[in-house]
Design a binder for this molecule. Structure first.
Ligand code: MSP
Length: 472
C-alpha cells in the first residue's frame, strides 16, 4: 500500500514570561507559509507549536508579580495560543513544557542519554535572558553584558550534569557541511560551523536550590534539567517519543528558529538526537529579527510593538502582507508605522483596486461562471524551496501589477462600447488570470485569496460593497 510520511514543520517555543510580541510572529508566519505550500503539493503536514514554561527567568517573573508559577504560565500559555490563531495559523500539535507527559518523556530521554552524561563543577557565567551558559571568551567579548538582553551575566559556581558534546561534534560537523542537516541561510551555516569548533560540553542541569522550576533529573532530586534540554525535547515529546514510534513524522522536514537560537538547534539538539539514535532534521531555517524603527525591540528600551495593535489597525491580511512580503525571510527587517501604512496603501492600490475595477467591469458586461484554477510558476517553486518566501511573494506581485497595466492598456470599458463581445473576452481573460493567481496568493494571504475567488467564480460577478482594503 502507498504510504506517505508526514511533513513535519516545527516552530520555536517561546518563553511565557510575558505577552507575545511582534518578533514572535515571524516563526509562525513562516511556518504557516511553508505548511500551506506543502499542503498544496499534496503533503500530509504536521505543524507543532508550544510554550517554553520552565527556567529561572519565568520563575523570577512570576515571583515578581506575586503569582504562583503554574498560574502565571497557564495564563500566558493561553495568550500564546490565541496569538497564533490571530495570525491565521493552524497548528496540528501544541506542547506545553509543564505538561506531565512532556516532563515524563524528558526524563526518559535523559535516561537514554546517560552514557553521554557526566557530573562536573560549573564555574562561570550565565545569561538569564538567554537562559544560556556563557563562555569566558563571550563574557570578555561582550564586557560582561549580554548584547541581546542588556543584562549583566551572573556568576555561577555549582555542580551540574554535562552532556558530552565532544562525542558527537565530528558527526554534527559532517552532517551540516554536507547539507544532510541543511542550515539556511548559508552565512548562518558558516557562522555556526565556526562556533562549533570551540563548542565545549554543555551543562544540562541546575541545582534545585538555584532553580526549582524545572523537570527533575531522573535519580537525582537535587537537580533539575537545564531549561534548554527540556525545551528542545519538545519537538519529539509532542509526537509521543519515546512512548510511541515517531518515524512517520520524524525527522522533521523543517525546523524554524530565530537567528539567536540557531546555535542551540544546530549544536545541542543534534547531539541529543544522535545520542538517542534518532535521525537529524533535514532543514534548519534561521530567520532574521524584526526591529522597531531601526532599533532592536526590547522591553528595557521600551519600544516593543504589540502585534495586537497592528492587527487591530487594518486586520490580518495587511499584517501578513507586510511581514511576508516586506520583511525578508532570513535578514533583519524593520517595522515602523509609516512603513506599515505605506504597505497598506500599496496593497489597497495594487490588489484592492484591481479587484474592485475588474469586478465592476465584469458586472457591467454581465460576466460570470468562471472556474478557479491552479498556477504553475517554476521560479516561484525555486524561491519557495530556497526558503526565500518574500521573493516568491514578490513574483506574485509582479503579476498583480501586470494585470493592472493590462487593464489600463486594453481599456475594456472603451471596448464595451464598440466591440462588446471582445470586451467580454478581455475581461474573462483578465479575471481568469486573477483567479489563477489566487491559487498561490492563498499561501500568503489566504482569506483575501478566498474572497477574490468567491467574487470571480460567482454566477454573476459583482464588486463587493466595500472594497477589500478601504482607504483609511
Ligand atoms: N524558549 C526559547 C526557544 C526554545 S525552542 C526549543 C526562546 N524563546 S523566545 O521567546 O525568546 O523566542 C521565541 C522565538 O521568537 C525565537 O525563534 C526567537 O528567535 C524569536 N524572536 C524573538 N524576538 C524576535 C524578534 N525581534 N524578531 C524575530 N524573531 C524574534 O528563545
Amino acid at each position: 500500500m502507498f504510504f506517505m510520511k508526514e511533513t513535519y514543520i516545527t516552530t520555536a517555543i517561546p518563553y511565557v514570561n510575558g505577552n507575545p510580541h511582534l518578533g514572535h510572529a515571524m516563526d509562525y508566519l513562516l511556518a504557516d507559509v511553508l505548511r500551506r505550500y506543502m499542503l498544496k503539493q499534496g503533503a500530509r503536514v504536521r505543524l507543532q507549536a508550544g510554550t517554553d514554561e520552565h527556567g529561572s527567568k519565568i520563575f523570577k517573573k512570576a515571583a515578581e508579580q506575586g503569582m504562583p508559577v503554574q498560574e502565571f504560565v497557564d495564563r500566558h500559555a493561553q495568550n500564546f495560543q490565541d496569538f497564533i490563531h490571530s495570525l491565521g495559523v493552524e497548528y496540528t500539535d501544541f506542547v506545553r513544557t509543564t505538561d506531565p507527559d512532556h516532563e515524563r518523556r524528558c526524563q526518559a530521554i535523559w535516561t537514554k542519554l546517560s552514557d553521554h552524561i557526566y557530573k562536573d563543577n560549573y564555574e562561570g557565567w550565565y545569561c538569564e535572558g538567554c537562559e544560556s551558559f556563557v563562555t569566558d571568551k563571550e563574557y570578555a567579548d561582550n564586557n560582561g553584558i549580554c548584547p541581546d538582553h542588556q543584562k549583566a551575566y551572573v556568576k555561577l559556581s555549582e555542580e551540574n550534569y554535562y552532556l558530552r558534546i565532544s562525542d558527537f561534534k565530528a558527526q554534527i560537523r559532517a552532517a551540516i557541511e554536507s547539507d544532510e542537516l541543511k542550515i539556511t541561510p548559508t552565512f548562518r551555516k558558516k557562522e555556526f560551523l565556526n562556533l562549533l569548533a570551540d563548542m565545549p560540553d554543555v551543562s544540562i542541569s541546575r541545582p534545585r536550590e538555584q532553580v526549582e522550576w524545572g523537570v527533575t533529573v531522573p535519580g537525582d532530586e537535587s537537580q533539575v534539567m537545564y531549561v534548554w534540554i527540556d525545551a528542545l525535547a519538545n519537538y519529539i515529546t509532542v509526537l509521543g517519543y519515546p512512548d510511541q514510534d515517531i518515524s512517520d513524522a520524524w525527522p522533521a522536514h523543517t525546523q524554524i528558529v530565530g537567528k539567536d537560537i540557531l546555535r542551540f538547534h544546530a549544536g545541542i539538539w543534534p547531539a541529543m538526537l544522535l545520542g538517542l539514535g534518532l535521525p537529524l532534521p533535514k532543514n534548519l531555517l534561521a530567520h532574521g529579527f524584526i526591529t522597531a524603527n531601526g532599533e532592536k525591540m526590547s522591553k528595557s528600551i521600551g519600544n516593543v510593538v504589540d502585534p495586537a495593535e497592528i492587527l487591530a489597525k487594518h486586520g490580518l491580511a495587511p499584517f501578513r502582507y507586510y511581514f511576508l512580503r516586506h520583511a525578508s525571510t532570513t535578514e533583519d527587517s524593520d517595522f515602523s508605522w509609516d512603513k506599515y501604512e505605506a504597505s497598506y496603501n500599496e496593497l489597497a492600490n495594487d490588489l484592492g483596486n484591481l479587484v474592485q475595477r475588474l469586478a465592476t467591469l465584469c458586472r457591467k458586461n454581465a460576466l460570470g461562471g468562471l472556474q478557479p484554477a491552479s498556477l504553475e510558476l517554476p521560479e516561484f517553486d525555486e524561491y519557495m524551496q530556497k526558503y526565500e518566501f518574500n521573493k516568491a511573494f514578490d513574483l506574485l506581485w509582479v503579476e498583480v501589477q501586470s494585470l493592472n497595466k493590462d487593464i489600463d492598456e486594453q481599456k475594456p470599458w472603451a471596448l464595451a462600447k464598440s466591440e462588446p463581445s471582445q470586451a467580454k473576452q478581455v475581461l474573462a481573460s483578465l479575471s481568469q488570470r486573477l483567479l489563477n493567481l489566487c491559487d498561490l496568493l492563498a499561501i500568503f494571504i489566504p482569506d483575501t485569496a478566498a474572497q477574490i475567488q468567491d467574487i470571480f467564480t460567482a454566477a454573476e460577478i459583482s464588486a463587493p460593497a466595500t472594497p477589500l482594503f478601504p482607504k483609511a
